[in-house]
Write a protein that binds this ligand. Sequence first.
Ligand SMILES: *Cc1c(COP(=O)(O)O)cnc(C)c1O
Length: 480
Amino acid sequence: MAPALVSTPGEPFSSSRDTGKVGSRATSILHRTPWIPPVAVSAQGIYIELENGQKLLDAVGGAAVACVGMNHPAVNKAMKEQIDRVPYVYNMQLSNQPAEELAKLLTEGSNGAFELCGFASGGSEAMEGVIKLARQYFHETGQVKRTNFIARQLSFHGNTVSTLALAYHPARRAPYAAILDNDHFHHVSPAYAKRFQRPDESEEDYVERLRAELEAKFIELGPETVIGFVAETVVGATTGVVAAPKGYFKAMKSVCDKYGALLILDEVMSGMGRMGTLHAWESFGDGIAPDLQAIAKGLGGGYASIGAVLMSKRIANGLRDASGLWKHGHTYQGNPLACAASLAVQKVIKDENLLENCRKQGAYLKKLLKERLQGPNSPAAPFIFDIRGAGGFFGIEYDFDCPEAATFDLKGGHFAMLVQAHALEHGLIIMGFNGSANLEGTKGDVSIIAPAYNVTSAEVERIAEMFGNSVEAVLTKHRV
Ligand SMILES: *Cc1c(COP(=O)(O)O)cnc(C)c1O
């Protein structure tokens, strides 16, 4: 067992968190976690080794990032070669080969959906870039009254001040609510049928209700003031791998089109193959391509801090006819090393046909998880609200409102965190989130599993087994 986990991730509010006091142990990092995370020293494929020799199976690729595993020889080679060529140029002075080639691959591989690409150094930066670019587009095309964004409750678009304001995750924004811009960022309901579709509604009725709500919000704000509607194609780090009901994106786009606003998709987590197709909207967006899109996590695959903004013909033409440039930049934008890494990751996905493997192994994983957790003999079955997802992205949502929960002290809503802690101590990395089940974000637990696209069936079997063991062990521990 890892000594660094004496203060367990699942009990962040216990007195053992004192071990995580700044300076109380050998760390000078102000960590994000109430416990001190163990230190990784080496990695291969989906395995990561710690300082103490413990080997972990990373079933979630960090945060749905490491899509081709660690230490892939082709990616390592490309990065080493790029270091020897040109590790850095500043994009206000020079461009570089891997950046040019990566942008070409991203736009030319989009079947006409995107014409131009701009780089960032991560997901939040990409979403900041999207916000500014969308405004720049209207500023330069003479629609200066457009200043409002409409996004959704229970969403996540990043951790910078503007992306926190754009999104709506109650806990993550709480400390900053007083300084967030509420004048230009507005919110409508999430599209989460299993929790929010009413019992007397059909799927079509539900979609129509959400469409009408968006249109009402446009009218309330003044349709000529709306820049665009922003959504994660498949919601990641809030409700946990939730796809919209059928017809939703078509309906939302119809409202945007009616009033000349933009449809903006955040595929930072769900894009670049995570759902089994390059873009999540290809399989979960009614085939509707966005005007603007942010990508990041699977773009660099963990080898590089990189994100990108993808621009449709509409945006590209508007800007070409006006200033012809992106009035936005960062020092590390289009960094040669990051772009070389990302380019190599994308080539590996293509050359090794990894999207097909991801879909195939993902379907197998989903089947195993359902058998293990929802099967007739599963002690966890009464507490499994939903097992969902596709490609390499799966959410397991729990329910402790059921009558069976009366004999467990799990009312606190930290089950997913307890499972995450137990799994980590027993060699499996997964993610847990709270607050998936109501708009206040005070109820609900979900675990996320998102292995590398080149995961093998033997590894998938191990993931399902280890995950099932963790869920059951936490239940056993909390039976009263
Ligand atoms: C992770 C994430 C972001 C933020 O990306 P960072 O690289 O952490 O800044 C934005 N949007 C979505 C949907 C994400 O999942």
